[in-house]
Design a protein around this ligand. Structure first.
Ligand code: FAD
Length: 360
């Protein structure tokens, strides 16, 4: 039996493992034991066909999701407006990612997935496969490795990754009182040093986040939520929504997450294929990373299944459409940032408008 190792058990890794199982293959899934973080993510409705194909649509219920009622923004001028750019019938779902991913894992377990708990340190390509060295000293050999290790992109190595910015998210999740009226819509607001983001989570929770470049983040903010609350109070719509929901940001527990745009220069190499953020981690502003993780996980599974059958065309097509998708995404991202001209002379916006060279 061909030995296929999937590294990482986020949405890309699990979609990939499920895709392989459904093609009669028996992958080994290697990932550390910790559960996913909840980051108030919105799962775009573009994910629907991939969820359907994987038999995962029934996992979207009241415990794991909340229907998203659209996106509002203050961007380009000081007026709050509803974004209808995607023109889609539904905007997707606010998810409790921790619960949703736990449910996905249950389906893999029910189909007898072989799991190894561990962190891969290196992936070394060999003539007829690859070897993986784990942090605990264990070594695994594989005919094919599908790297779904997220931003770690363990198989790529720094030399094969292009880092395009230093975006970082600083966020807190608040649980609302019973009488607070939760708006299940996303709110984005551009400010001088970046942008704010508010989003609902199932279970009467709301995420409030600020995205900026790591070097523009005030030092000491990590230990100073009062300062962060002060920054939020200087916004237009976010401050209003925070106040109306009765959220006390000054008492919140701040968390940080790397959110920079990093893409691998190759998606498909002999014996090693990348999917999800391991292939390309894009700016969360587009809220498309999860749908891309599901799409690319299943595409990587198909690619390997076809390579085993002696057909390399599917893998080649996968890489080509991924690279085209990244180029289209980056172009759309540039024009979205360029449409905000109020702050164009300030570093965060200058960098995204190409005035200042890449500072990775
Ligand atoms: C703050 C923030 C907000 C976001 N908001 C949205 C949003 O609203 N909508 C949206 O669609 N996307 C959003 N994204 C992007 C989205 O979270 C990612 O695109 C998505 O999680 C990628 O899934 P993945 O499976 O590729 O990677 P991950 O979810 O990062 O999973 C990686 C997996 O690999 C494992 N792993 C890591 N290193 C190793 C290793 N060395 N060995 C073995 N296993 C390893 C991890 O434990 C994990 O299981 C956001 C991202 C951030 C940071």
């Amino acid at each position: 039996m061909t030995r296929i190792v999937v590294v990482g058990a986020g949405m890309a890794g699990m979609a990939c493992a499920r895709g392989l199982q459904r093609r009669g293959l028996r992958p080994i899934l290697i990932a550390p034991p910790q559960a996913a973080h909840n980051r108030g993510e919105t799962l775009s409705s573009r994910a629907r066909p991939f969820l359907e194909a994987l038999g995962w649509l029934p996992l979207l219920d009241d415990a794991t999701t909340l229907s998203c009622e659209g996106r509002y923004s203050i961007w380009g001028n000081a007026t709050l407006r509803r974004d209808d750019t995607q023109g889609e019938a539904e905007s997707g779902w606010h998810i409790d990612r921790r619960k949703l991913e736990a449910r996905m894992m249950e389906t893999l377990d029910a189909d007898g997935i072989e799991r190894v708990s561990g962190t891969v340190r290196t992936v070394t390509r060999m003539r007829h496969g690859a070897s993986l060295d784990l942090a605990d000293g264990a070594r695994h050999e594989a005919d094919f490795v599908i790297d779904c290790s997220g931003r770690a992109s363990v198989s790529a190595g720094d030399a094969n990754l292009m880092r395009l910015d230093k975006l970082v998210a600083c966020y807190a999740i608040a649980t609302l009182d019973d009488d607070a009226e939760v708006a299940a819509a996303t709110l984005v607001e551009a400010v001088a040093d970046g942008w704010w983001y508010m989003s609902a989570l199932p279970g009467r929770r709301v995420l409030v986040g600020f995205f900026t470049d790591s070097d523009l983040l005030s030092s000491g903010l990590r230990r100073d939520p009062a300062r962060w609350a002060q920054m939020a109070s200087e916004t237009l719509a976010v401050s209003q929504r925070v106040t109306s929901l009765g959220i006390d940001l000054a008492r919140s527990s701040l968390q940080f997450a790397a959110s920079s745009t990093v893409t691998a220069t190759r998606i498909v190499e002999p014996r090693v294929i990348r999917a999800g953020d391991a292939a390309s981690a894009l700016d969360p502003l587009a809220a498309n990373g999860l749908a891309t993780a599901l799409w690319s996980g299943t595409q990587a599974a198909d690619s390997v299944a076809e390579l085993i059958a002696g057909n390399g065309a599917v893998a080649a097509r996968y890489e080509q459409s991924y690279l085209q998708g990244i180029a289209a995404h980056l172009a759309a991202q540039r024009s979205l940032y360029a449409s905000e001209r109020r702050f164009r002379t300030l570093p965060f916006w200058q960098r995204r408008n190409g005035i200042e060279p890449s500072h990775a």
